[in-house]
Design a protein around this ligand. Structure first.
Ligand code: 5GP
Ligand code: ZN
Length: 114
């Protein structure tokens, strides 16, 4: 049995506020938002992290980035600026090991991040 939380969201076994979907990707709001727009973009297939996604196959990482931009446009933050973050590994704060891009926007984002 697949115990992955985000696979369960893809399978509609766990509810999520889905705001965008493409053939191979899904975007839904983070339940603990860190900015007015905080959306998670995932490939529907399971890949543990960004490196595995990059290795996965033809253009899946591209699809995730295209969906991240489509989300930013839909949320109205594409012009003001937004951030796409892949926390990769526990030391970088990754807690769910189904790769996800955080799309953050709608406020001033400082640099460097914490
Ligand atoms: P990470 O820490 O792995 O980079 O990001 C995981 C993100 O998933 C966190 O921002 C956390 O708030 C979010 N999250 C955890 N559980 C759920 C959930 O059940 N539903 C949704 N939509 N987001 C979740
Ligand atoms: Zn998964």
């Amino acid at each position: 049995m697949n115990e992955c939380l985000f696979c369960k969201i893809v399978a509609k076994e766990i509810p999520a506020e889905i705001i965008y979907e493409s053939g191979r990707t899904l975007a839904f709001r983070d339940t603990n938002p860190q900015a007015p727009t905080h959306v998670l973009v995932i490939p529907k297939g399971h890949h543990a992290n960004a490196a595995m996604l990059a290795d996965a196959d033809d253009g899946l990482a591209d699809d995730v980035l295209k969906t991240a931009h489509a989300v930013a446009v839909q949320e109205g933050v594409a012009d003001s600026g937004y951030r796409v973050v892949f926390n990769t590994g526990p030391g970088a704060g990754q807690t769910i090991f189904h790769v996800h891009a955080h799309v953050l926007g709608g406020r001033d984002l400082t640099w460097p991040p914490g």
